[in-house]
Design a protein around this ligand. Sequence first.
Ligand code: ADP
Ligand code: MG
Length: 273
Amino acid sequence: MQPQIIAIANQKGGVGKTTTCANLGIGLAAAGKAPLLVDCDAQGSLSISLGYAQPDKLPFTLSTAMERILLDEPIAYREGILQHEEGIDLIPANIELSGLEVSLVNAMSRETILRQYLDTVKHQYSHVLIDCQPSLGMLTVNALAAADRVIIPVQAEYLPIKGLEQLLQTIAKVRRQLNPKLKIDGILLTMVDNRTTFAREIASLVREAYGGAIRVFATEIPHSVRAKEISAEGKSIFAHDPNGRVAEGYRNLTQEVLQIEKQCEKRKTGFCR
Ligand code: ADP
Ligand code: MG
């Protein structure tokens, strides 16, 4: 099977994109897959959460790779790719990525620089997960242009409807103009606190409003302080609290994502629902 490129996107910050990218990635590794995680956020939160506490000191990051593509310079085999002890590879990011994003504006093929880079590395992997930054700017467009599929984490703690419309419009535009094969895997409800009726109401509101047109994953990621703790530890939820509810959630999400792939593989065409 072709490597699956999955963007984790939502222009709202703090909705669980980075946590989902890290733990879905490590969940896929635990299920016997070979994932590459790509930090596409100048904040470097994914790199930090996987244990690279000072991404600014790394000699080669995503911005180095994209710059080489822009300048038509060679990249050595596996150059800059870091290996995490839980079975995933990582292309880290740091603040230099925001400078790179600015320089993209005047570049030729500016929307497909990330795709061109991933084309050189993706064949070593079963999955490439891209952790997007909280904006709909050029880097997120690059991620959507490179992706086969998008997962949209939504925090079940506020009314997300308006921001989602903008994101769905951007996805539709990227599909029309840059990447016709792009599919939405689904909306993932994160930080669901089942003890509050508010969280339950948001969850069912999202299912009602979007469930007809877009899959809302059956898996909901529960809210837990255990999930908060891991960002500081450089470990996944599976290493930190393997028997907890959040680990269970990400295990279930991993299975759901693999299930979607199987269905798509069978059908090959159309929207995989
Ligand atoms: P984003 O990448 O969308 O900005 P993050 O994954 O960084 O979101 O999550 C935002 C904050 O919420 C982080 O502090 C993270 O540790 C915390 N968090 C993520 N998932 C959960 C969860 N299931 N329960 C509680 N806190 C969470
Ligand atoms: Mg993030």
